[in-house]
Design a protein around this ligand. Structure first.
Ligand code: ADP
Ligand code: MG
Length: 257
């Protein structure tokens, strides 16, 4: 399990996260939602160890996060950041190779890279220069790198910060399917998503953050309510239900003001 208890992050007197609890179990897909600036990325970074906390505890598989070495962490969890700068003219295949465990043979590395590129629907672009790709193509390559890490190290936890933000509909759905497959194979997935319909389709549990506070959590059917969406975003929309879960209709919005 990956567990955050009472996590607080403050920088220069500004509180970015306040006493937040969250736990991610193997087999689970968890979505974090909330407005811009709510603290979602800060929470994800705290849970990966990238961001120092000012209060609370984070544990990975029963041990405090700070006990883990960087190498040990890389074999337990893989992380897709909200944005990734690549300054050198790397090829797509080279970016994906960065995720792979070093002590594999060249043939094993090659097979894993190809498998990752197929998984993210980028197999025809493995020799392209990364910098020449579209935003959505870059995002899929980065996810391919993360999958290569998961598969070569056997990572349990997959942590994705807005993995669908630049993607078209079919690739958004592809990411949700990859997330579910990882959970079905015994992994845990934590994803930050802005699209509430995708979150409610994809997640077993949704955690809603606002102004650094966790204001709701639970199954999509319990969290996705008109009132919660109004509290989060200041917009009233109607949430409807289908047998597979709740969905919202932005067309019904009454904008503030
Ligand atoms: P989001 O929910 O959009 O991912 P973030 O977690 O990135 O939000 O940021 C939460 C808030 O903290 C934002 O208002 C952001 O501007 C602020 N913030 C993030 N990092 C820093 C920093 N290093 N110094 C000051 N403010 C920061
Ligand atoms: Mg963010």
């Amino acid at each position: 399990m990956l567990v955050a208890r009472g996590v607080t992050v403050a920088i220069k007197g500004k509180t970015l996260l306040q006493d937040v609890d969250l736990s991610l179990s193997p087999g689970q897909v968890l979505a974090i939602v909330g407005p811009n600036g709510a603290g979602k990325s800060t929470l994800l970074k705290a849970m990966t160890g990238e961001r120092k906390t000012t209060g609370g505890e984070i544990e990975l598989d029963g041990r405090a996060l700070w006990h883990w070495t960087t190498a040990a962490l890389a074999s337990r969890r893989a992380v897709l950041a909200q944005s990734t700068e690549v300054v050198f003219p790397f090829l797509v295949s080279e970016i994906v190779t960065l995720g792979i465990r070093r002590n594999l043979t060249a043939a094993e590395q090659y097979r894993l890279v190809q498998r990752a590129l197929v998984a993210v629907d980028m197999s025809t672009m493995s020799d392209r220069v990364y910098g020449t790709l579209s935003g959505g193509e870059k995002q899929r390559v980065q996810l391919g790198r993360v999958l290569a890490q998961v598969w070569s190290h056997g990572c349990t936890y997959l942590m994705l910060d807005e993995p669908t933000s630049s993607l078209d509909l079919s690739h958004q759905l592809l990411i949700l399917r990859l997330a579910r497959e990882h959970a079905l194979s015994g992994g845990g997935v934590l994803m930050i998503l802005h699209d509430l319909n995708l979150a409610s389709m994809a997640a077993d549990e949704i955690v809603a953050l606002k102004d650094g506070n966790r204001i709701a959590s639970g199954a999509p059917v319990d969290v996705m309510t008109d009132d919660l969406i109004a509290a989060l975003y200041g917009v009233r929309v109607q949430v409807r239900g289908v047998p597979d879960g709740p969905f919202l209709l932005p067309q019904t919005a009454r904008l503030p003001g």
